[in-house]
Design a protein around this ligand. Structure first.
Ligand SMILES: [Zn+2]
Ligand SMILES: [Zn+2]
Length: 148
């Protein structure tokens, strides 16, 4: 996360769901709480696995459906960084991602604008509401390891 959640006024997930125009359901609450409890970025499978470990399993289909709903409502951010490798996180501060080509680590990159969309193309494609940038390269750890 770019900013700590502790300095952001925390309302309940029930409240956030309602404010986003979504019905409060048990699967939605479970998925949001699970994402909130994970450090960093989670794949849908990580969420499925975390719920299973908590003894509150949901099917993959349900988790994907819920993730789709909460992403569309702006409660959760998704970053696609390769085929089938979307990761999710609670969307407090809009930001971009750096993905290391060697170890696959994902590092948050603050957005210079701080809000969406921060980039606009020169061609008229329609109405843009979001630009997600994925930076790729070699992370500091891998760079140092390669120098040794
Ligand atoms: Zn790396
Ligand atoms: Zn992130």
């Amino acid at each position: 996360m770019v900013a700590s959640r502790t300095d952001i006024e925390r309302d309940t997930w029930e409240g956030r769901l309602r404010a986003a125009g979504l019905r409060v359901t048990r699967p939605r609450l479970l998925v949001l709480e699970t994402l909130d409890g994970q450090q960093g970025h989670c794949s849908a499978d990580d969420v499925v696995e975390a719920l299973r470990r908590r003894g509150m399993p949901l099917t993959r289909g349900t988790v994907y459906k819920v993730l789709g709903d909460v992403v569309a409502a702006g409660l959760v951010m998704v970053a696609d960084h390769g085929p089938g490798r979307a990761v999710y996180e609670i969307a407090d501060v809009w930001h971009h991602h750096f993905v290391c080509r060697r170890c696959g680590t994902i590092i948050d990159v603050p957005c210079m604008e701080g809000h969406k969309p921060c980039l606009r193309p020169d061609v008229a494609v329609g109405e843009i509401d979001e630009a997600q940038v994925i930076f790729r390269g070699v992370c500091e750890d891998c760079r140092v390891a390669a120098d040794r």
